[in-house]
Write a protein that binds this ligand. Structure first.
Ligand code: HEM
Length: 418
Protein backbone atom coordinates (compact mmCIF):
# COMPACT_ATOMS: atom_id res chain seq x y z
CA UNK A 1 0.00 0.00 0.00
CA UNK A 2 1.44 3.35 -1.02
CA UNK A 3 1.63 5.97 1.74
CA UNK A 4 -0.55 8.94 0.98
CA UNK A 5 1.88 11.80 1.18
CA UNK A 6 0.69 14.40 3.62
CA UNK A 7 1.66 18.05 3.23
CA UNK A 8 5.22 18.46 4.37
CA UNK A 9 5.47 20.55 7.49
CA UNK A 10 8.85 22.16 7.41
CA UNK A 11 9.96 22.95 10.92
CA UNK A 12 13.60 23.49 11.76
CA UNK A 13 12.98 22.84 15.47
CA UNK A 14 12.20 19.17 14.83
CA UNK A 15 14.68 16.68 13.34
CA UNK A 16 13.84 15.70 9.77
CA UNK A 17 13.03 12.00 9.87
CA UNK A 18 14.88 10.63 6.83
CA UNK A 19 13.31 7.21 7.39
CA UNK A 20 9.69 8.35 7.29
CA UNK A 21 7.34 7.60 4.42
CA UNK A 22 6.39 11.24 4.34
CA UNK A 23 10.00 12.24 3.69
CA UNK A 24 10.50 9.44 1.16
CA UNK A 25 7.59 10.64 -0.96
CA UNK A 26 8.18 14.38 -0.61
CA UNK A 27 11.95 14.54 -0.40
CA UNK A 28 12.40 17.04 -3.22
CA UNK A 29 10.09 19.49 -1.45
CA UNK A 30 12.08 18.99 1.75
CA UNK A 31 15.29 19.54 -0.17
CA UNK A 32 14.01 22.80 -1.63
CA UNK A 33 13.23 24.03 1.88
CA UNK A 34 16.62 22.95 3.21
CA UNK A 35 18.50 24.49 0.27
CA UNK A 36 16.77 27.81 0.79
CA UNK A 37 16.01 28.14 4.50
CA UNK A 38 17.77 25.42 6.48
CA UNK A 39 21.23 24.74 4.97
CA UNK A 40 22.27 23.01 8.21
CA UNK A 41 19.53 21.23 10.11
CA UNK A 42 19.02 18.27 12.38
CA UNK A 43 17.95 14.95 10.94
CA UNK A 44 17.07 11.53 12.29
CA UNK A 45 18.44 8.30 10.87
CA UNK A 46 16.84 5.37 12.63
CA UNK A 47 17.62 6.12 16.30
CA UNK A 48 20.47 8.51 15.59
CA UNK A 49 20.43 12.32 15.41
CA UNK A 50 22.60 13.71 12.61
CA UNK A 51 23.47 17.11 11.21
CA UNK A 52 22.30 17.46 7.62
CA UNK A 53 23.84 19.70 4.98
CA UNK A 54 22.20 20.11 1.60
CA UNK A 55 23.90 22.84 -0.44
CA UNK A 56 26.34 21.73 -3.14
CA UNK A 57 29.32 23.68 -1.78
CA UNK A 58 28.67 22.54 1.80
CA UNK A 59 28.40 18.87 0.79
CA UNK A 60 31.60 19.19 -1.23
CA UNK A 61 33.33 20.85 1.72
CA UNK A 62 32.25 18.24 4.27
CA UNK A 63 33.49 15.44 1.99
CA UNK A 64 36.84 17.01 1.15
CA UNK A 65 37.84 19.11 4.19
CA UNK A 66 40.23 17.46 6.64
CA UNK A 67 38.17 18.67 9.60
CA UNK A 68 35.68 15.92 8.76
CA UNK A 69 36.54 12.23 9.01
CA UNK A 70 34.76 8.87 8.92
CA UNK A 71 36.10 7.55 12.22
CA UNK A 72 34.14 8.71 15.23
CA UNK A 73 36.99 7.75 17.57
CA UNK A 74 39.43 9.73 15.42
CA UNK A 75 37.14 12.76 15.49
CA UNK A 76 36.84 12.56 19.25
CA UNK A 77 40.56 12.08 19.60
CA UNK A 78 39.84 9.00 21.73
CA UNK A 79 41.68 5.88 20.75
CA UNK A 80 39.47 2.87 21.30
CA UNK A 81 36.17 4.81 21.35
CA UNK A 82 33.43 3.00 19.47
CA UNK A 83 32.98 3.79 15.79
CA UNK A 84 29.28 3.35 16.34
CA UNK A 85 27.47 5.82 18.57
CA UNK A 86 25.29 4.69 21.42
CA UNK A 87 22.96 2.71 21.32
CA UNK A 88 24.15 1.01 18.14
CA UNK A 89 27.52 0.26 19.76
CA UNK A 90 25.70 -1.60 22.54
CA UNK A 91 23.40 -3.49 20.20
CA UNK A 92 26.09 -4.64 17.84
CA UNK A 93 27.87 -7.85 18.84
CA UNK A 94 31.67 -7.63 18.80
CA UNK A 95 32.13 -10.15 16.03
CA UNK A 96 29.71 -8.27 13.83
CA UNK A 97 31.44 -4.91 14.29
CA UNK A 98 34.55 -6.11 12.50
CA UNK A 99 32.47 -7.19 9.55
CA UNK A 100 30.30 -4.09 9.41
CA UNK A 101 33.49 -2.03 9.14
CA UNK A 102 34.98 -1.57 5.72
CA UNK A 103 37.03 1.06 3.93
CA UNK A 104 33.99 3.25 3.29
CA UNK A 105 33.88 3.82 7.06
CA UNK A 106 37.62 4.40 7.41
CA UNK A 107 40.13 7.20 6.98
CA UNK A 108 43.52 7.28 5.34
CA UNK A 109 46.05 5.68 5.59
CA UNK A 110 43.94 2.57 6.37
CA UNK A 111 41.33 3.48 3.77
CA UNK A 112 43.93 4.15 1.07
CA UNK A 113 45.72 0.88 1.80
CA UNK A 114 42.55 -1.12 1.22
CA UNK A 115 41.40 0.95 -1.74
CA UNK A 116 44.74 0.42 -3.48
CA UNK A 117 44.33 -3.32 -3.10
CA UNK A 118 40.97 -3.41 -4.81
CA UNK A 119 41.48 -0.54 -7.26
CA UNK A 120 42.96 -2.51 -10.10
CA UNK A 121 39.72 -4.43 -10.67
CA UNK A 122 38.00 -1.14 -11.49
CA UNK A 123 40.40 0.57 -13.89
CA UNK A 124 38.69 1.89 -17.06
CA UNK A 125 40.37 -0.91 -19.01
CA UNK A 126 39.23 -3.65 -16.62
CA UNK A 127 35.70 -2.28 -16.74
CA UNK A 128 35.68 -2.01 -20.56
CA UNK A 129 36.59 -5.70 -20.70
CA UNK A 130 33.42 -6.51 -18.79
CA UNK A 131 31.18 -4.77 -21.34
CA UNK A 132 30.50 -7.79 -23.62
CA UNK A 133 29.50 -9.84 -20.57
CA UNK A 134 27.09 -7.13 -19.37
CA UNK A 135 25.53 -7.05 -22.88
CA UNK A 136 25.15 -10.82 -22.79
CA UNK A 137 23.55 -10.88 -19.33
CA UNK A 138 21.16 -8.08 -20.29
CA UNK A 139 20.05 -9.84 -23.49
CA UNK A 140 19.62 -13.21 -21.74
CA UNK A 141 17.33 -11.57 -19.21
CA UNK A 142 15.40 -9.66 -21.88
CA UNK A 143 14.94 -12.92 -23.83
CA UNK A 144 13.42 -14.51 -20.74
CA UNK A 145 10.90 -11.66 -20.45
CA UNK A 146 9.58 -12.15 -24.00
CA UNK A 147 5.82 -12.71 -23.96
CA UNK A 148 5.34 -11.73 -20.31
CA UNK A 149 2.35 -9.48 -19.76
CA UNK A 150 3.64 -7.62 -16.75
CA UNK A 151 6.38 -8.17 -14.17
CA UNK A 152 8.38 -6.37 -11.51
CA UNK A 153 11.29 -4.69 -13.25
CA UNK A 154 13.35 -4.67 -10.05
CA UNK A 155 13.22 -8.40 -9.46
CA UNK A 156 13.29 -9.63 -13.04
CA UNK A 157 15.71 -7.27 -14.74
CA UNK A 158 17.19 -4.35 -12.79
CA UNK A 159 18.44 -6.53 -9.91
CA UNK A 160 19.79 -9.55 -11.82
CA UNK A 161 21.93 -7.52 -14.26
CA UNK A 162 24.31 -6.04 -11.64
CA UNK A 163 23.96 -9.01 -9.28
CA UNK A 164 25.21 -11.44 -11.88
CA UNK A 165 28.01 -9.14 -12.93
CA UNK A 166 29.27 -8.47 -9.41
CA UNK A 167 28.85 -12.11 -8.39
CA UNK A 168 31.04 -13.14 -11.32
CA UNK A 169 33.57 -10.42 -10.53
CA UNK A 170 33.82 -11.51 -6.92
CA UNK A 171 33.99 -15.14 -8.02
CA UNK A 172 30.73 -16.60 -6.72
CA UNK A 173 30.05 -19.86 -8.57
CA UNK A 174 26.67 -20.48 -10.17
CA UNK A 175 25.91 -23.08 -7.43
CA UNK A 176 26.51 -20.42 -4.78
CA UNK A 177 24.68 -17.65 -6.62
CA UNK A 178 21.30 -18.21 -5.00
CA UNK A 179 22.60 -18.36 -1.43
CA UNK A 180 24.67 -15.31 -2.20
CA UNK A 181 21.69 -13.37 -3.48
CA UNK A 182 19.53 -14.41 -0.53
CA UNK A 183 22.01 -13.50 2.17
CA UNK A 184 22.69 -10.13 0.63
CA UNK A 185 19.14 -9.10 -0.14
CA UNK A 186 18.13 -9.71 3.49
CA UNK A 187 20.79 -7.25 4.53
CA UNK A 188 19.80 -4.50 2.18
CA UNK A 189 16.14 -4.63 3.17
CA UNK A 190 16.70 -4.40 6.89
CA UNK A 191 18.78 -1.36 7.59
CA UNK A 192 16.13 0.79 9.27
CA UNK A 193 13.78 0.80 12.27
CA UNK A 194 13.20 -2.39 14.24
CA UNK A 195 14.56 -4.49 11.43
CA UNK A 196 17.91 -2.77 12.03
CA UNK A 197 18.18 -4.68 15.29
CA UNK A 198 17.34 -7.96 13.58
CA UNK A 199 19.86 -7.13 10.87
CA UNK A 200 22.59 -6.40 13.41
CA UNK A 201 21.90 -9.41 15.56
CA UNK A 202 21.07 -12.00 12.98
CA UNK A 203 21.30 -11.20 9.28
CA UNK A 204 24.87 -9.89 9.28
CA UNK A 205 25.95 -13.03 11.15
CA UNK A 206 24.34 -15.38 8.64
CA UNK A 207 25.54 -13.42 5.62
CA UNK A 208 29.06 -13.23 7.04
CA UNK A 209 29.06 -17.00 7.50
CA UNK A 210 28.33 -17.30 3.81
CA UNK A 211 31.10 -14.87 2.84
CA UNK A 212 33.60 -16.57 5.18
CA UNK A 213 32.79 -19.88 3.50
CA UNK A 214 33.36 -18.26 0.14
CA UNK A 215 36.78 -16.95 1.23
CA UNK A 216 37.74 -20.41 2.49
CA UNK A 217 36.73 -22.01 -0.84
CA UNK A 218 38.72 -19.39 -2.79
CA UNK A 219 41.78 -20.06 -0.70
CA UNK A 220 41.57 -23.72 -1.72
CA UNK A 221 40.54 -23.11 -5.32
CA UNK A 222 41.85 -19.76 -6.54
CA UNK A 223 40.22 -18.32 -9.65
CA UNK A 224 40.47 -15.35 -11.98
CA UNK A 225 38.36 -13.05 -9.83
CA UNK A 226 38.56 -10.11 -7.43
CA UNK A 227 38.34 -12.19 -4.29
CA UNK A 228 41.27 -14.37 -5.30
CA UNK A 229 43.09 -11.16 -6.22
CA UNK A 230 42.36 -9.70 -2.79
CA UNK A 231 43.43 -12.86 -0.99
CA UNK A 232 46.70 -12.86 -2.90
CA UNK A 233 47.21 -9.10 -3.12
CA UNK A 234 50.08 -7.55 -1.26
CA UNK A 235 50.82 -3.88 -0.73
CA UNK A 236 54.25 -3.30 0.76
CA UNK A 237 54.30 -6.83 2.11
CA UNK A 238 50.94 -6.30 3.74
CA UNK A 239 47.81 -8.39 3.19
CA UNK A 240 44.18 -8.11 4.16
CA UNK A 241 43.23 -10.00 7.29
CA UNK A 242 40.31 -12.44 7.24
CA UNK A 243 37.93 -9.85 8.74
CA UNK A 244 39.13 -7.18 6.33
CA UNK A 245 38.53 -9.53 3.39
CA UNK A 246 35.01 -10.23 4.54
CA UNK A 247 34.35 -6.51 5.07
CA UNK A 248 35.60 -5.74 1.56
CA UNK A 249 33.47 -8.43 -0.07
CA UNK A 250 30.43 -7.07 1.76
CA UNK A 251 31.18 -3.56 0.62
CA UNK A 252 31.60 -4.59 -3.01
CA UNK A 253 28.43 -6.61 -2.93
CA UNK A 254 26.31 -3.95 -1.25
CA UNK A 255 27.80 -1.04 -3.19
CA UNK A 256 27.95 -2.99 -6.40
CA UNK A 257 24.43 -4.02 -7.05
CA UNK A 258 22.00 -2.36 -4.66
CA UNK A 259 22.93 0.97 -6.17
CA UNK A 260 22.96 0.04 -9.85
CA UNK A 261 19.69 -1.81 -9.65
CA UNK A 262 18.00 1.39 -8.52
CA UNK A 263 19.75 3.59 -11.05
CA UNK A 264 18.30 1.31 -13.75
CA UNK A 265 14.76 1.48 -12.34
CA UNK A 266 14.90 5.20 -11.47
CA UNK A 267 16.25 5.75 -14.99
CA UNK A 268 13.38 3.88 -16.60
CA UNK A 269 10.87 5.95 -14.67
CA UNK A 270 12.47 9.29 -15.38
CA UNK A 271 12.87 8.58 -19.10
CA UNK A 272 9.24 7.48 -19.43
CA UNK A 273 8.22 10.66 -17.62
CA UNK A 274 10.19 12.72 -20.15
CA UNK A 275 9.17 11.25 -23.51
CA UNK A 276 10.78 14.09 -25.48
CA UNK A 277 14.15 13.24 -23.89
CA UNK A 278 13.63 9.56 -24.64
CA UNK A 279 12.84 10.39 -28.28
CA UNK A 280 16.03 12.42 -28.48
CA UNK A 281 17.97 9.51 -27.05
CA UNK A 282 16.54 7.16 -29.66
CA UNK A 283 17.61 9.59 -32.38
CA UNK A 284 21.02 10.33 -30.84
CA UNK A 285 22.17 7.16 -29.05
CA UNK A 286 25.62 8.67 -28.56
CA UNK A 287 23.97 10.71 -25.77
CA UNK A 288 23.41 7.62 -23.59
CA UNK A 289 26.51 8.11 -21.45
CA UNK A 290 25.56 11.72 -20.76
CA UNK A 291 21.94 10.68 -20.13
CA UNK A 292 23.01 8.22 -17.44
CA UNK A 293 24.97 10.97 -15.68
CA UNK A 294 21.83 13.10 -15.75
CA UNK A 295 19.71 10.23 -14.41
CA UNK A 296 22.15 9.97 -11.50
CA UNK A 297 22.01 13.73 -10.90
CA UNK A 298 18.26 14.06 -11.28
CA UNK A 299 17.06 10.86 -9.60
CA UNK A 300 20.17 8.96 -8.50
CA UNK A 301 19.76 6.16 -5.94
CA UNK A 302 22.23 7.45 -3.30
CA UNK A 303 21.10 10.60 -1.54
CA UNK A 304 23.39 10.59 1.49
CA UNK A 305 26.91 9.38 2.19
CA UNK A 306 28.12 7.43 5.19
CA UNK A 307 28.42 9.57 8.30
CA UNK A 308 31.24 12.05 8.58
CA UNK A 309 32.36 13.29 12.02
CA UNK A 310 33.68 16.75 12.83
CA UNK A 311 37.15 16.74 14.44
CA UNK A 312 36.52 20.21 15.92
CA UNK A 313 33.57 22.56 16.31
CA UNK A 314 32.79 23.88 12.83
CA UNK A 315 30.63 26.95 12.25
CA UNK A 316 28.47 26.80 9.15
CA UNK A 317 25.73 29.28 8.28
CA UNK A 318 25.56 30.40 11.93
CA UNK A 319 25.15 26.84 13.19
CA UNK A 320 27.83 24.97 15.17
CA UNK A 321 28.54 21.42 14.10
CA UNK A 322 29.98 20.07 17.33
CA UNK A 323 33.17 18.04 17.51
CA UNK A 324 32.44 14.31 17.28
CA UNK A 325 28.87 14.71 16.09
CA UNK A 326 27.75 12.94 12.92
CA UNK A 327 26.99 14.84 9.75
CA UNK A 328 25.43 13.57 6.55
CA UNK A 329 25.84 15.44 3.28
CA UNK A 330 22.62 15.09 1.30
CA UNK A 331 23.88 14.41 -2.20
CA UNK A 332 20.34 14.21 -3.59
CA UNK A 333 19.66 17.76 -2.41
CA UNK A 334 23.05 19.10 -3.57
CA UNK A 335 22.30 17.77 -7.05
CA UNK A 336 19.28 20.11 -7.20
CA UNK A 337 21.04 23.18 -5.83
CA UNK A 338 20.37 26.14 -8.14
CA UNK A 339 23.69 27.66 -7.01
CA UNK A 340 25.44 24.91 -9.00
CA UNK A 341 22.94 23.75 -11.63
CA UNK A 342 20.96 25.84 -14.08
CA UNK A 343 17.29 24.89 -13.87
CA UNK A 344 18.13 22.07 -11.43
CA UNK A 345 14.70 20.45 -11.52
CA UNK A 346 14.76 20.04 -15.32
CA UNK A 347 15.83 16.65 -16.65
CA UNK A 348 18.18 17.35 -19.55
CA UNK A 349 20.08 14.41 -21.06
CA UNK A 350 22.62 16.74 -22.68
CA UNK A 351 23.31 18.82 -19.55
CA UNK A 352 26.83 20.19 -19.62
CA UNK A 353 28.64 20.76 -17.40
CA UNK A 354 27.18 18.22 -15.01
CA UNK A 355 29.42 18.07 -11.96
CA UNK A 356 26.88 16.18 -9.89
CA UNK A 357 27.66 14.51 -6.58
CA UNK A 358 25.66 11.34 -7.22
CA UNK A 359 28.86 9.27 -6.98
CA UNK A 360 30.19 11.25 -4.03
CA UNK A 361 33.41 13.27 -4.03
CA UNK A 362 36.78 13.18 -2.27
CA UNK A 363 38.57 10.14 -0.87
CA UNK A 364 35.51 7.92 -0.95
CA UNK A 365 34.42 8.81 -4.49
CA UNK A 366 32.64 5.79 -5.95
CA UNK A 367 35.13 3.12 -6.91
CA UNK A 368 32.64 1.51 -9.29
CA UNK A 369 31.44 4.61 -11.13
CA UNK A 370 32.53 3.47 -14.62
CA UNK A 371 31.03 0.05 -14.07
CA UNK A 372 27.78 1.57 -12.76
CA UNK A 373 27.41 3.95 -15.71
CA UNK A 374 28.17 1.17 -18.18
CA UNK A 375 25.69 -1.27 -16.61
CA UNK A 376 22.94 1.34 -16.37
CA UNK A 377 23.48 2.48 -19.97
CA UNK A 378 23.47 -1.07 -21.40
CA UNK A 379 20.52 -2.23 -19.30
CA UNK A 380 18.31 0.74 -20.22
CA UNK A 381 19.34 1.02 -23.87
CA UNK A 382 18.74 -2.68 -24.53
CA UNK A 383 15.39 -2.55 -22.73
CA UNK A 384 14.17 0.40 -24.83
CA UNK A 385 15.63 -1.04 -28.07
CA UNK A 386 14.11 -4.48 -27.59
CA UNK A 387 10.79 -3.37 -26.12
CA UNK A 388 10.09 0.16 -27.39
CA UNK A 389 6.60 0.10 -25.87
CA UNK A 390 7.77 -0.68 -22.33
CA UNK A 391 5.55 1.15 -19.82
CA UNK A 392 5.14 1.33 -16.05
CA UNK A 393 1.95 -0.61 -15.38
CA UNK A 394 0.54 1.71 -12.70
CA UNK A 395 0.18 5.46 -12.35
CA UNK A 396 3.47 7.01 -11.27
CA UNK A 397 1.84 8.34 -8.07
CA UNK A 398 1.08 4.73 -7.05
CA UNK A 399 4.72 3.68 -7.11
CA UNK A 400 6.00 3.30 -3.58
CA UNK A 401 9.30 4.99 -2.79
CA UNK A 402 11.21 3.14 -0.05
CA UNK A 403 11.51 4.94 3.29
CA UNK A 404 15.27 4.36 3.56
CA UNK A 405 17.55 7.13 4.80
CA UNK A 406 20.13 8.13 2.23
CA UNK A 407 18.38 6.42 -0.67
CA UNK A 408 15.96 7.16 -3.46
CA UNK A 409 14.61 3.80 -4.56
CA UNK A 410 11.33 2.12 -5.34
CA UNK A 411 9.85 -0.80 -3.47
CA UNK A 412 8.65 -2.35 -6.74
CA UNK A 413 8.14 -1.28 -10.33
CA UNK A 414 5.50 -3.20 -12.27
CA UNK A 415 6.02 -2.82 -16.02
CA UNK A 416 4.39 -4.03 -19.23
CA UNK A 417 6.21 -4.54 -22.48
CA UNK A 418 3.40 -3.66 -24.88
C1 HEM B 1 24.58 3.90 -10.03
C2 HEM B 1 25.25 3.15 -9.19
C3 HEM B 1 26.12 3.69 -8.08
C4 HEM B 1 25.99 4.83 -7.36
C5 HEM B 1 24.93 5.93 -7.50
C6 HEM B 1 27.07 4.86 -6.40
C7 HEM B 1 27.31 5.88 -5.51
C8 HEM B 1 28.34 5.91 -4.60
C9 HEM B 1 28.57 6.98 -3.67
C10 HEM B 1 27.71 8.22 -3.51
C11 HEM B 1 29.67 6.66 -2.96
C12 HEM B 1 30.32 7.49 -1.85
C13 HEM B 1 29.68 7.14 -0.54
C14 HEM B 1 30.28 7.85 0.63
O1 HEM B 1 31.06 8.82 0.46
O2 HEM B 1 29.97 7.44 1.75
C15 HEM B 1 30.14 5.37 -3.41
C16 HEM B 1 31.23 4.69 -2.90
C17 HEM B 1 31.60 3.44 -3.31
N1 HEM B 1 31.10 2.74 -4.38
FE1 HEM B 1 29.55 3.30 -5.55
N2 HEM B 1 27.82 3.71 -6.55
C18 HEM B 1 27.29 2.98 -7.57
C19 HEM B 1 27.75 1.77 -8.04
C20 HEM B 1 28.86 1.12 -7.59
C21 HEM B 1 29.40 -0.11 -8.13
C22 HEM B 1 28.84 -0.85 -9.35
C23 HEM B 1 30.46 -0.46 -7.36
C24 HEM B 1 31.40 -1.63 -7.48
C25 HEM B 1 31.21 -2.80 -7.60
C26 HEM B 1 30.61 0.54 -6.34
C27 HEM B 1 31.57 0.53 -5.36
C28 HEM B 1 31.76 1.55 -4.44
C29 HEM B 1 32.75 1.47 -3.38
C30 HEM B 1 33.69 0.31 -3.10
C31 HEM B 1 32.66 2.66 -2.67
C32 HEM B 1 33.49 3.08 -1.46
C33 HEM B 1 34.73 3.76 -1.90
C34 HEM B 1 35.62 4.19 -0.79
O3 HEM B 1 35.25 4.14 0.40
O4 HEM B 1 36.77 4.57 -1.09
N3 HEM B 1 29.63 1.50 -6.52
N4 HEM B 1 29.32 4.94 -4.43
Amino acid sequence: MVAVATRSEFDASRPVDLGSKEFAHNKYEWYRWMLEDAPVCMGKVSVMKVNLVSRYEDCRMVLTDERFVRGRALALGKKGASQFPFPISILMPRAVKAIAMSMIQEDDPEHRRKRNLVNRAFTPRAVAELEPRVEEVSHELLDSLEGQESFDLLEHYARPVPTRVIAEMVGVSSEDAEAFHKSVSILSKGMTGYSLVKTLLWDIRSASKFVRGLVARKRQQPGDDILTGLIEAEEDGDRLSEDELVGMVFLLIMAGFETTLHSISNGLRVLLEHPEQLERLRAEPELWECAVEEIIRHRGPIHGTKMQYATEDVMLHGYTIKKGTPIMPLLGAANHDPREFEMPDEFDISRSPNRHLGFGIGNHFCLGKQLAVMETRIALKNLFDRYPDVRIAVEASKLEVAAMPGWHRHVGMPVTLR
